[in-house]
Each structure stands twice: as C-alpha cells, then as structure tokens.
Design a protein around this ligand. Structure first.
Ligand SMILES: Cc1cc2nc3c(=O)[nH]c(=O)nc-3n(C[C@H](O)[C@H](O)[C@H](O)COP(=O)(O)O)c2cc1C
Length: 177
C-alpha cells in the first residue's frame, strides 16, 4: 500500500475548532493522512470528542509535549495547516514562542521549510491590535501562506462569525501533496 503524505492539522481555540471534523474530512478528501494537533485550550473545548477524532484520523490526538524517553506517536509531517489560527497563536508563532506542542511543531516547521498554511479566525477587534498585522506580515515573510483577506478569512465584528463560510477545503488546497 502506498503511504499517503502526512498533514498535521493544528487547531487553536476558536469556534471553527468545534467543526474540526470538516477540516479533517477536507484533508482526507484531498489525499492526506491527517494527524490532529490541538493547543491545550482547544483540547479542553474538544475534550468529549477526542476518542471519535482519534478514530476518524487513525492517530492519537496530540496536545502536550512528550517526555524525552517517549517515542514519537505521529508520523513525520509533510505539511501543516493551522486552522483555526487564533490571534494568540499567530502572535506567538511569529515571535518563535514554543510553549505548547502546537507552537513547537509549527515554529520548527518554518525552519524545516515545510509547506505551511494558516487560516485565521478572529474578530476585527482582535485583528485591530497592532501586533496582529505585524505577525501576519512576519509569518508571510517566513514563507507561511496566511489566508487573511480576499480569498481567505476576513475578520468579523465580535460575535458575528460565520462558521459555514470558513474555507476548510480551500485552505487544504493551498498545500500540495
Ligand atoms: C467562546 C470563545 C471564543 C473565542 N473565539 C476566538 C476567536 O474567534 N479567535 C481568537 O483568536 N480567539 C478566540 N478566543 C480566545 C482564545 O480561545 C484564547 O486567546 C486562547 O488563549 C487561545 O489559545 P490557543 O491559541 O493556544 O488555542 C475565544 C475564546 C472563547 C472562550
């Protein structure tokens, strides 16, 4: 059997995480072996779903760094999609902070030159903080495809997000197998 290329889907704690099955499905439909990585916050949001998500992906759902003596539980990634990407994770990622497994993986992935896409989800008040534009610009200059604006995600007024419009398949389509 041929091995499928491996996509790490890294989900932060924003409302599209509650529809992470759509992201997994979009990745699998595009021919990826999808592994799900959660931030500690999104893990809390999805605590009741972990077993089902592990069945759906066929892999453990990871959210904490392993112990040094432990073996890697996931196959190596060929690409990573950060979706939903919170303003918190975008700002920390742009600054090289690695205090969660999710950040550690995506920070290192910049150095490894892996294909990387971020599909943000935040409101326009969060996006108006001056750090946000700086972080998006920095990540783009590091080679990350940040799908903000036309053709991607546009920040909404607080409490007016549209989960149905979140473009999971389009984000997966920016990454080639
Ligand atoms: C109900 C709820 C909705 C939230 N929605 C968003 C959001 O759409 N975008 C965002 O950037 N942060 C949102 N947050 C805040 C993040 O969850 C918070 O910044 C968290 O620390 C993010 O952690 P993470 O980036 O490690 O996942 C929301 C928080 C709550 C409780």
């Amino acid at each position: 059997m041929t091995q499928l290329p491996v996509l790490y889907l890294v989900a932060c704690a924003a409302p599209p995480a509650l529809r992470i099955r759509s992201g997994i499905q979009a990745g699998q439909d595009a021919g990826w072996d999808v592994c799900l990585v959660l931030t500690p916050s999104s893990r809390r949001w999805l605590a009741d779903d972990i077993h089902d998500l592990e069945k759906l992906t066929g892999h453990p759902v990871r959210s904490e760094y392993k112990m040094p003596q432990d073996e890697d539980l996931l196959p190596s990634a060929d690409a990573m999609l950060v979706a939903p990407a919170t303003s918190n994770t975008i700002n920390k990622w742009a600054n090289g902070i690695s205090d969660t497994l999710a950040l550690g993986l995506i920070t290192e992935a910049i150095g490894l030159r892996l294909p990387l896409t971020a599909l943000p989800y935040c409101n326009n008040a969060q996006a108006a903080h001056p750090a946000f534009d700086r972080s998006v610009e920095a990540l783009r200059s590091y080679g990350v495809t940040v799908m903000l604006g036309d053709g991607g995600f546009t920040p909404h007024p607080p409490r007016q997000g549209d989960l149905d419009a979140y473009p999971w398949a389009k984000a997966v389509g920016t990454l080639t197998t």
